[in-house]
Design a protein around this ligand. Sequence first.
Ligand code: 9Z3
Length: 311
Amino acid sequence: MNSSLGSEIDSFYESAPPLKERDSIMEKLNEFVELNCKGTKRVVCVTSGGTTVPLEQRCVRYIDNFSSGHRGAASTEYFLKAGYAIIFLYRRGTSQPYCRSLPDDPLLECFEATDELNIQVRQPYSEAVKRAIRDHHAAVAGGFLLKLPFTTIFEYLQMLQMVAVSLRSLGPLAMFYLAAAVSDFYVPWKSMAEHKIQSGSGPLDMRLVQVPKMLSVLRTEWAPMAFCISFKLETDTKILLDKADMALRKYKMNAVVANELLTRKEVVVVVTDSEKISVQRDKTEAGSDVENPLVKLLVDRHSAFINDFNA
Ligand code: 9Z3
């Protein structure tokens, strides 16, 4: 890592407001590692949803990054199916594993009161609700699924660091699947207004600083032996694959999943140093999604990576 990146990273962490629940997150991570990090068990950290950039310390306004969290939630289900233990680092309020087939407001839509004291599941949702509750509870109660919520870029990057350092001892058995949409620019905490910015003071002039590229540190320091997958999102298909290729080389990722905003649910391209593999949703199958073949492919590649490592 070059020294200017090193000092950008130091100043990001030094200026970030301390994580409120650091101790309890650490405790949960330690428990998860103790339970899952033995033998040949594989673990994946799935990041999901967009980070926010607060504009005021007592935040009323913020800049957001688009992501519904569908990619991360769906992929988590497939990784669990493939036998992985998962740390699901997600933006509060975004899609959750096993809830994809439920309506937006499941509590109000899926249940009805039968009398003063009792409620029941409404018929059309009965199977979906049962499946969601059963599978979700089994994963959490079994200790295979640890869910950690974030909102701001400060929380996200502090938590990602904690997760990565906790998984370092797993070496190649750990995977990072970085689907979260991460802010590129932020307002350093120390130069941020404390109170709500007043609208009477004319046009708003604000300087945003570049968020340091933490993929480099993840790769070189936090978890150097892990299998790392990052995502590249563009709205212009003409530059997508070149940008993915650049990210692959610059951050030494094992693969970069390239996707375009409008077609992201239909097709993605997995870019590695020797191939560009197009992965499509199976249109002949109702309810199918692109995460199913994508996770299958990455699980296979992870197996090969572990075998090479042990050879
Ligand atoms: C993605 O590209 C994800 O696939 C999506 C998923 C956010 C498009 P949804 O959550 O959408 O299912 O609605 N994530 C990565 C986006 C990102 O910020 N990548 C950085 C970049 O493109 C690199 S880390 O520069």
